[in-house]
Design a protein around this ligand. Structure first.
Ligand code: F0G
Length: 460
């Protein structure tokens, strides 16, 4: 290893599981990761961080150490998650299952800035992870726990990305994996990943929320380790996206982070990271973390608007952004805390707004899957409402790769995404973004004519 780790940072990191509802502390978790006393979710806390031993976490030392590790060839240093292991539960290096996750780019989005009405805009592209979504950053930690605890089987309910990621990490760690997905509601890209990585893949005749209900029963009866984001180790790994982002921004927090909301694990994880970084003196202030949902799958938006976040209002979810087609999000309470602690907001966007924003992110040469595009669609609204001001810095968290859902993209460009739906009348605003493939005779003239027609179109 190239770096010299100060001995204090090398010491074992004490972590505990604490209930977010009643503050009870546990050494070990139940199979469903819920508090045995009140049923709320658990989170990981680090009791040492509250001690007065300030030298343990000298911010400048940590920043230096993490920077040095970028030049290291040590496998866990090459991971954009484990590079930040001082802010994670302790692990023996031999227990870590890693695909060199994290290390994702921060892109400037020129055209998207313009459509949003901002001088500048950046996107952190979590679709550039090994299985092409943000899930890998959490999966490396939680799958490593599963193996360390001796589980032969891991399982998740999923809208597609969690299952793809889990199946890959299970295979790398020599474990078997069980996937429960809603039949007909998972994109083929994601489904094919789970199959190829060797998961036992069950398509249940229900939605995501139904899959989750079934799985919760299965893990009570069988020795299977649950890898959904109710597992707090998933969120610890996903925290590192925010840490890596701060490093990319020279530790200057932006004004706003915009993140899609589904089961609400990711927004909870990012918020936890910012709060912890502030607590440890790594950043001086908190960005506002705002969560955007599809209007057809908006339980958090309704919960915040109708009761200020006190009690979850579940909905029957429906959206073509299948990754976030979730009506009963598990981590809603954690997400509410993040909104409150960071003064962020929630909003919802329509199917047409999602489709347009996805095409705009694509036209910037980046691309993403539909669920990720709610960030840009939501940002446009937040700018119009004045919640985001033109001079403020904004980072979109782009959660999944364009190639995750090619069917959506093809339908969009061919113009039949909304055929036979209630949105059919609004689609005229999508036309300028649509680029249907052109079928031609195999002649030079035909191609040149198509080129000229496209060029004329540009000049209009
Ligand atoms: N974006 C993408 C691409 C996702 O796959 C998900 C969730 C989200 C956003 C929302 O994140 O659930 O943490 O609020 N996908 C899960 C899955 C549910 O099973 O793949 P969240």
């Amino acid at each position: 290893m190239t770096d010299q780790i100060p001995s204090k940072l090398n010491s074992v990191q004490l972590s505990q599981l604490r209930c977010i509802g009643c503050d009870s502390v546990f050494e070990k978790t139940a199979q469903n990761f819920r508090c045995a006393r009140c049923g709320h979710l658990l989170e990981i806390v680090y009791p040492d961080w509250n001690t007065s031993d300030a030298t343990r976490f000298d911010a400048a030392t940590l920043k230096n150490l993490w920077r040095q590790r970028r030049a290291s060839r040590f496998p866990i240093d090459e991971s954009g998650v484990w590079r930040f292991r001082e802010l994670l539960p302790s692990f023996d290096e031999k227990d870590v299952i890693s695909l060199r996750e994290g290390n994702t780019p921060l892109y400037e989005m020129r055209d998207c800035a313009r459509v949003a009405g901002l001088p500048q805009l950046y996107a952190k592209h979590q679709g550039m992870n090994p299985t092409a979504s943000f899930k890998d950053t959490g999966m490396t930690v939680a799958a490593s726990v599963a193996r360390r605890e001796g589980f032969r089987w891991v399982a998740c309910a999923s809208t597609g990305n969690t299952s793809a990621s889990m199946a890959a990490y299970a295979a790398r760690g020599g474990m078997r994996s069980l996937v429960l997905i809603p039949e007909g509601k998972v994109s083929w890209g994601k489904l094919s990943q789970a199959l190829d990585y060797g998961a036992v893949t069950c398509q249940l005749k229900t939605d995501f929320d139904g899959c989750m209900r079934v799985l919760n029963e299965v893990v009570q009866r069988m020795p299977i380790y649950l890898l959904n984001s109710v597992n707090p180790y998933r969120l610890e790994g996903q925290k590192t996206t925010a840490i890596e982002l701060m490093e990319q921004l020279d530790w200057q927090p932006p004004d706003h982070i915009i993140v899609p909301g589904g089961n609400l694990g990711n927004s909870s994880a990012l918020g936890k990271a910012f709060i912890e970084m502030k607590q440890l003196g790594l950043i001086s202030r908190l960005p506002k973390v705002s969560i955007i949902q599809a209007a057809g799958a908006n339980p958090l938006v309704r919960t915040m608007r109708e009761n200020g976040g006190k009690e979850l209002i579940s909905v029957r979810a429906e959206t073509a952004a299948s990754a976030i087609r979730i009506g009963n999000p598990a981590s809603w309470k954690k997400a509410v805390r993040v909104l409150q602690a960071t003064s962020g907001t929630v909003d919802e966007v329509s199917e047409v707004e999602i489709a347009l924003a996805k095409a705009e992110i694509g036209a910037d040469g980046i691309g993403c899957e539909p669920a990720s595009a709610v960030t840009l669609a939501g940002l446009k609204k937040l700018v119009k409402q004045g919640f985001v001001k033109p001079g403020e810095s904004v980072i979109l968290i782009v959660t999944g790769h364009l190639l995750k859902d090619p069917e959506f993209t093809l339908k969009f460009h061919r113009g039949d995404l909304f055929s036979g739906t209630a949105s059919e009348e609004e689609v005229s605003i999508l036309r300028p973004q649509q680029r249907a493939p052109i079928v031609l005779d195999a002649t030079v003239d035909a191609v040149i004519q198509a080129l000229k027609a496209a060029d004329d179109q540009l000049e209009l």
